[in-house]
Design a protein around this ligand. Structure first.
Ligand SMILES: NC(=O)c1ccc[n+]([C@@H]2O[C@H](COP(=O)([O-])OP(=O)(O)OC[C@H]3O[C@@H](n4cnc5c(N)ncnc54)[C@H](O)[C@@H]3O)[C@@H](O)[C@H]2O)c1
Length: 235
């Protein structure tokens, strides 16, 4: 299948790209390299260095004729979303809408969206939260991801767009920025290798869910290849 992958030069997107190419798919990447790196990118992937909010997306989709879109490009930091909610909204909602509009125009067969399990549910009433748990996000980042899911449902109901939203927990693995949200895995691993102590601040009773990046890539490949629909936790 020909797949348009946004954010394909980033941490998770680059693993998705590797797995899709290994499975025989053709991958076209849109990434503005704001946090992604060209060296992450599989050499068999075609790269367009563009912004997902830009009108260039229209021309790329018309030229490349993808059958599916896998959308990973985003403002990814909860902390930055609190400091600059307007920018978070612009990239995460504006960029997604630009892709959705062009997906409908180009008859995209499946749209896979990288959502969040960690930031979409808010204060949990039970552990672990399943997909029917109330969604009361406590950050602009969580709000924009939830808003995108609502738009996906709207585009499905109005235009028949087939979509899947994958709600990742904290993803860890190779190519990760060690100071990002799941950075504790990299930081603690380095400390253990050096024989230093790892310190968890607070009560020590906190609960977090971690998932290995290659398992996340496999979830994307399976979603592309199987007949599935709707929201799924990936943890
Ligand atoms: N890392 C996690 O634990 C985690 C958890 C839940 C959801 N997610 C989601 O997964 C996706 C990938 O996250 P990641 O951890 O790989 O982050 P990342 O920063 O490594 O990847 C994001 C990619 O998007 C690109 N990008 C950013 N803004 C862009 C724009 N306006 N136009 C084009 N490209 C742009 C960046 O250059 C980068 O390559 C994001 O949508 C993120 O919200 C990540």
């Amino acid at each position: 299948m020909r797949v348009l992958l946004t954010g394909g030069a980033g941490f998770i997107g680059s693993h998705v790209s590797d797995m899709l190419i290994d499975n025989g798919h053709e991958v076209i990447v849109i990434d503005n390299l704001s946090s992604g790196k060209e060296e992450n990118l599989n050499p068999k992937a075609v790269l367009y260095k563009e912004d997902i909010r830009d009108s260039a997306v229209e021309g790329i989709m018309e030229r490349e004729r993808p059958e599916a879109v896998i959308h990973h490009a985003a403002q990814v930091s909860v902390r930055d979303s609190v400091e600059d909610p307007l920018y978070d909204m612009d990239v995460n909602i504006g960029g997604t809408l630009n892709l959705l509009e062009n997906s409908v125009k180009n008859g995209i067969k499946k749209f896979i969206f990288a959502s969040t399990g960690g930031a979409i549910y808010g204060e949990q009433s039970c552990f672990p939260a399943n997909e029917t748990h109330a969604t009361k996000p406590l950050s602009p980042y969580g709000i924009t991801k939830l808003t995108c899911e609502k738009y996906l449902y709207y585009y499905h109901k109005t235009y028949g767009l087939n979509y899947v939203s994958l709600r990742y927990s904290n993803v860890y693995g190779p190519r990760q920025d060690p100071y990002g949200e799941a950075g504790v895995v990299a930081i603690f691993s380095q400390k253990m290798l050096a024989g230093d102590q790892s310190i968890i601040n607070g009560s020590g009773e906190q609960t977090r869910d971690y998932v290995f990046v290659e398992d996340v890539a496999r979830a994307n490949a399976l979603t592309l290849e199987k007949d599935v629909f709707g929201e799924f936790n990936i943890g």
